[in-house]
Structure formats: structure tokens, C-alpha cells
Design a protein around this ligand. Structure first.
Ligand code: PLP
Length: 334
């Protein structure tokens, strides 16, 4: 027997080969996999997401979460006329430079928490990207507010993962997300929730759990039922920046985005992921964490399981893990 706790990096919300998803893909593949036009599966999945996710009035599908966050950032820049983006230290938003700035904030490079340095992940990063990114410490409402106040005039968006996935499922406190919501609203900065991972935590994403509503929401993973997918959605007024009816719309083209197979798989997967299923696997997640933590307490190994709902990760330290610096120093102590 194989116990797969990764489920393709959290994308397979029902595990492998859920019968409804298999059936939907089989039926659609006999009709065609991709068309250069909207298809009914696309509309059905979009309607489900609009119904569930409070911030989403309109949305666009992409072929990956990477493209979803990229399009959100472009939309925010076009809407505000500002250039800089704030991202969280240790936050990951996909495979392009801006989305990876300070993904791994090594202690000798990352500077003070009052003004974290924009750290490149590898040698490919242009200086312009580092200059355009303001790095914010995670889970520190006071410092976040001070940094946003200081950069307000040049910030188009603040992008945040409501649970820091790459750093080992470090949940954001509600207080932190509320602080980001208030200060961005005050300055007319677009707040982007990257819910590529956290969407599963409530039937309307983590935003519905905390009742904190961003302007834009990025999605991926579970909305594709195991096929490549992403998306960005939000307030109609902002999404209008993509409209071909505009003089200079934000350009978003993609051969496979919204393809009929992914949309069929995603529709079946989301349909089968109603409120009771969300609750059921969130309880399983808590049980898993409790079991690990009990085992750690009974062993000679320092460690803890952290996370939220159905998302869990292990850290080999007893010290509290609130941000990426805590998570990384636990890794380095080993
Ligand atoms: C929070 C978050 N945003 C964006 C992405 C990028 O998604 P993709 O791998 O589909 O490009 C990921 C991928 O793991 C992610 O965890």
C-alpha cells in the first residue's frame, strides 16, 4: 500500500484517480481536449468558484499557479500605475524572479526584520526585479504596517500566501492578514491573496474562514482536479483591466488555459469538494498533527507538526515557527 501525503504538492484534493474526475476526463477526451474558444466546462467551473470564493466576481483561468500570480501582479500594476510589489519573506508564488525574491532568506543575507533585503534565489535575477520588490516579514503586523506606510506611494500590490507553503505550512495569523487588509485599503494598494495552496482550507478559501476579502485571489492546484491549472479572480472593476474592450488591456494569452480536459477534471473535483468534505479532511489534518506531536513528545526527537486544517508539515525543533527565519533556522540546526 502507498500512503501519499504529498498528493502532487497538494493538488490532488481527493487523492489519486477519484472516480468522478476519471469519468469527467474520459467523457471530455472523447469530445476533444482543447479548443480555441470558451467551452461549457470552463463556464461551469468558473460559476462554482464565483459562488464559493467571496472576493471573486470574475476570473480568468491560466495553465499554472505561476501564471495566475503573474497576471494578478500585472493587473495590479495596470490598475494603480505603480511599479513595486510587496511580497513576504519566504513566500513562493511560482517560477519567475519576482515570485521568488527572498524565497530562501539565508541569515547572512536577509538583513534586519525592519527592512528585509531582497535576496535572489539564484544568479539569474535582474537587479531591476530586486529593486521592484519590497520584502515584508511574515506574521508581524506592526512591521508590515510600517513597511507598507513607508513604501505606499510606489506599491501596486501586496501579495501574500495565507499559509506559507514552501517554509513548511506556517499559517498566517488572522491579525496579520487583517493588518495587511487595513493598511492596503488605506493606501489604495491591491491586496492579492495567493490561495494556490490555501483554497482547500474552506469551501471559499481561507478568505472565507477569516472573512478577510482581498481584491484579487490567485488559485491553482485543486481547481484542476490533478491537471495543470491556475487562475486569477477578483472584483469586476479590477478584472476589467483584462477586457479586450479596453484600449490597452492587460495582455493575457495562453494556448492551453481553460482547456476542456482540465476544466472537466476541475469541475468534477470541486463539485465533490463541498463543505462537509472540506470539514472532514480539515479534521483529518488536525488528527495527523496531534498524532505527530504526541509521537514527538514521547520520543527523544525535538520536533513539531504545524499547519492548518488539511495542510501539515514537520519542523525538527521545539522553538515556535512563525516565519521563514524560524523555519530556516530549524533546518540549519540539524
Ligand atoms: C502558493 C503558491 N503559489 C503559486 C504556485 C505556483 O503554482 P504552479 O506550480 O502551478 O505554477 C505554487 C506552487 O506550488 C504555490 O504553492
Amino acid at each position: 500500500m502507498l500512503l501519499d501525503f504529498m498528493n502532487n504538492f497538494t493538488s490532488l484534493i481527493h487523492g489519486h484517480a477519484h472516480p468522478d474526475v476519471v469519468r469527467a476526463v474520459q467523457e471530455q477526451s472523447a469530445k476533444g481536449s482543447a479548443y480555441a474558444a470558451a467551452n461549457v466546462n470552463q463556464i461551469e467551473l468558473a460559476e462554482m468558484l464565483v459562488d464559493r470564493v467571496p472576493s471573486i466576481e470574475q476570473l480568468r483561468f491560466t495553465s499554472s499557479g505561476t501564471e495566475g500570480t503573474l497576471m494578478a501582479i500585472r493587473c495590479a500594476r495596470a490598475a494603480t500605475g505603480r511599479q513595486k510589489i510587496m511580497k513576504m519573506e519566504g513566500g513562493y508564488h511560482g517560477s519567475y524572479e519576482l515570485a521568488e525574491v527572498s524565497l530562501v532568506p539565508f541569515p547572512d543575507e536577509c538583513g534586519s526584520l525592519d527592512a528585509p533585503v531582497s535576496v535572489p534565489v539564484d544568479d539569474s535575477f535582474p537587479g531591476s526585479v530586486l529593486n521592484d520588490t519590497v520584502v515584508c516579514p511574515y506574521n508581524d503586523p506592526g512591521r508590515a504596517e510600517a513597511l507598507i506606510d513607508a513604501h505606499a506611494g510606489e506599491l501596486a500590490a501586496v501579495i501574500v500566501e495565507p499559509i506559507l507553503g514552501s517554509m513548511g505550512m506556517v499559517p498566517a495569523s488572522k491579525l496579520f492578514l487583517q493588518a495587511l487588509r487595513h493598511v492596503t485599503e488605506r493606501h489604495g494598494i491591491v491586496l492579492i491573496f495567493d490561495e494556490v495552496i490555501s483554497l482547500r482550507l474552506g469551501s471559499g478559501g481561507i478568505q472565507s474562514v477569516h472573512a478577510i476579502i482581498p481584491e484579487l485571489t490567485c488559485m491553482g492546484k485543486i481547481i484542476g482536479g490533478g491537471l495543470p491549472v491556475g487562475g486569477v479572480g477578483g472584483k469586476r472593476a479590477l478584472m476589467q483591466h483584462f477586457s479586450p474592450e479596453r484600449k490597452r488591456p492587460v495582455m493575457h494569452a495562453s494556448t492551453f488555459s481553460g482547456n476542456a480536459l482540465t476544466m472537466a477534471a476541475g469541475g468534477a473535483s470541486i463539485q465533490a469538494y463541498g463543505a462537509s468534505e472540506v470539514e472532514r479532511i480539515n479534521v483529518l489534518g488536525q488528527r495527523l498533527r496531534d498524532g505527530f506531536n504526541k509521537a514527538f513528545s514521547q520520543s527523544a526527537i525535538s520536533g513539531q507538526a504545524i499547519g492548518q486544517g488539511s495542510l501539515t508539515n514537520l519542523h525538527l525543533t521545539d522553538a515556535p515557527i512563525n516565519d521563514s527565519r524560524d523555519a530556516l533556522s530549524a533546518m540549519r540546526r540539524r
